[in-house]
Write a protein that binds this ligand. Structure first.
Ligand code: AMP
Length: 286
């Protein structure tokens, strides 16, 4: 029987949509029944376990799941023996210390002797030790942002994405201590057969991520300035050049990193490029 990999993904919460989207964009079909805690892909050797995100590092360490998609915040906080295979680039956020808005803040030493409520005592503790600041860390598992308002702690340390939760609770961010994003983690020492399935999965993930960072661009270039325009467009190998009904122009098609494109747009226009179209790429294999 063919080996299958078990992958743990978050049952519900901030990571679950991103994780399921990634798997689906990889062309893997998940016939998920509402409320089911397990599912099997119909066209790829993957079995899914839908779990709480803070349980995922432990299950991956113990081999209950071979792979897991989890926030770096949980992976580092739980400090389990797992291999980080890849940074997935979604669910980006930061772990920050925040204090009541009206309080003055002149630097980390202002936190000395204060109590801080958090669900991340390890990451916070390591940060404070490194800075030589002593605080009373008050571990709580949820609704951390309410702590200063109810007199539970002087400050909080929690995940921040847009910052609106802090604002709603009259808090201001004073120290950003850790940057997080979704990670693909694996049980150390998997069999060669399982590693081969991971390679197949990674091939698809890389194709998606490369496509995401690049755009397909089409433009009309006056023949007399073609060399200048081509020099501005470093393509994958070399751009395609197609004739147009107007013999003074050609159509140029190429792939370019999105950032490069925006920095070159004025020069392209100055060189006479017209009718510029920028098209997203679904998958890109180099
Ligand atoms: P925001 O209001 O967008 O700054 O989000 C803050 C709230 O969402 C806090 O309750 C955080 O614990 C939670 N949060 C923000 N980003 C994430 C994330 N990537 N993973 C898990 N929880 C998050």
């Amino acid at each position: 029987m063919m080996q299958k990999l078990k992958i743990a993904i978050q049952k519900s919460g901030r990571l679950s949509d991103g994780s399921l989207n990634l798997i689906r964009q990889c062309g893997i079909k998940i016939p998920r029944m509402k409320g089911a805690l397990k599912a099997e892909a119909s066209n790829f050797p993957l079995e899914f376990l839908f779990l709480r995100d803070d349980d995922i590092p432990g299950y991956v360490q113990d081999g209950v799941a071979d792979l897991g998609i989890v926030g770096a915040n949980e992976a580092v906080e739980k400090d389990k023996n797992v291999d980080t295979i890849h940074h997935l680039g979604f669910s980006k956020c930061r772990l920050s210390i925040a204090i009541p808005k009206e309080q003055e803040y002149n630097g980390i030493q202002d936190l000395d002797g204060k109590s801080i409520a958090t669900s991340y005592p390890k990451i916070l503790g390591d940060f404070l030790t490194e800075k030589g600041v002593k605080c009373d860390i008050h571990e709580i598992s949820g609704s951390v942002e309410i702590a200063p308002n109810i007199g539970l702690a002087d400050a909080i340390c929690d995940l921040v994405s847009t910052g609106s939760t802090l604002m709603q609770n009259n808090l201001k961010e004073v120290e950003s201590i850790f940057k997080s994003e979704a990670l693909l983690i694996a049980t150390p020492g998997l069999s060669a057969e399982k590693k081969e399935i991971i390679d197949q999965l990674m091939f698809r993930i890389n194709a998606l991520q490369t496509a995401d960072n690049n755009k397909y661009i089409l433009l009309n270039a006056p023949k007399e300035n073609l060399d200048t325009i081509l020099n501005l467009l470093p393509g994958m190998r070399s751009p395609s050049i197609l004739p147009l009904a107007d013999e003074d122009f050609v159509s140029v098609h190429t792939v370019i990193a999105e950032d490069d494109f925006w920095s070159k747009i004025e020069e392209l226009k100055a060189a006479g490029a017209e009718g510029i179209l920028v098209v997203p790429i679904e998958k890109m294999i180099l």
